[in-house]
Design a protein around this ligand. Sequence first.
Ligand SMILES: C[S@@+](CC[C@H](N)C(=O)[O-])C[C@H]1O[C@@H](n2cnc3c(N)ncnc32)[C@H](O)[C@@H]1O
Length: 324
Amino acid sequence: MELPPLLRQAVDRALSGTALADLAASAAALSQRYRDERRDGRLHVANEQDALAYLAVRLPATYAAVRASFAALAQARPNFAPKTALDIGAGPGTALWAAADCWPALEDALLVEASPIFRACGERLAAEAQQSDLVPRMTWRTADVGVDAIDCAPCDLVILAYALNELDAKVRQSVLTRLWRATADTLVIVEPGTPAGWQRILAARRQLIAAGAHVIAPCPHADECPLVPPDWCHFAARVARSRLHRQAKGAEVPWEDEKFSYVAVSRVSALGLGARVIARPRKASGRVTLKLCRPDGSAGDQLFSRRDGAPFKRAWRSDWGASL
Ligand SMILES: C[S@@+](CC[C@H](N)C(=O)[O-])C[C@H]1O[C@@H](n2cnc3c(N)ncnc32)[C@H](O)[C@@H]1O
């Protein structure tokens, strides 16, 4: 997945003139903090250099994961057309760019971010696109969602992308309760596609179902998740790496696979959800095996062979994350 051209240009502009060695050092330190899920009382993005490193090496990946989650939601609810959005832990506004790409009629967004440096970076990224009305009207607020009230009218779309893991475990439930209250229609939570990220998604899913939410994606049911550790539910989005992205990471390959877990829940149910492909399809001549999460709440492998006709063709064309 590529970034939309306007976002790509804004990121390139922000990064121009940055010394590669500094960027690579900050990117390595930032990635290590994310890998360790370090919670030491300081925000991961603490200074301008961290913010630039995030733009270079993390924003393309979180954009791809969030955009793929939105695509699954849009497929399950084709009539969903949000006008208002609330993005919590917005960082540089990544998820809002993905939302604007998925739902161009989006009009107004409130972005809440704890780091003033990240907020300023996000405001600069969107400035030009805002002048030409190419992204929704964005209002930013610097606030700590663990402590500060989210006092806004309920929004059609509420997003918590790659931020649940940065909240203190003690405040997660209360933040989710408040986010659900702030949701007029649909709430999407995206996390890194690690076993720990999946556990946080599972806990959020349980809490929101208990609060009356309907699950829209990725699960085609609201039963307990049928997967058992060490297995976990996650997906992968292929991200195109720019030259600077490759250089900052010391990587050769022009792409990377961002693993992510997510859940989209709504006040409105989606009818007729199909089975979800929850692993990379395994293909052989005339046969494909899909690992499926099914509407009856079960999960497991299903073999499709050429003699199955149309279902085989559909299965052959489907990819990890698709809905059959
Ligand atoms: C990994 S970044 C994700 C940024 C963006 N959502 C994305 O997907 O690219 C997590 C963001 O959550 C913010 N954050 C962490 N704790 C927060 C809190 N208590 N209140 C508000 N924002 C918070 C961080 O400052 C950071 O910008």
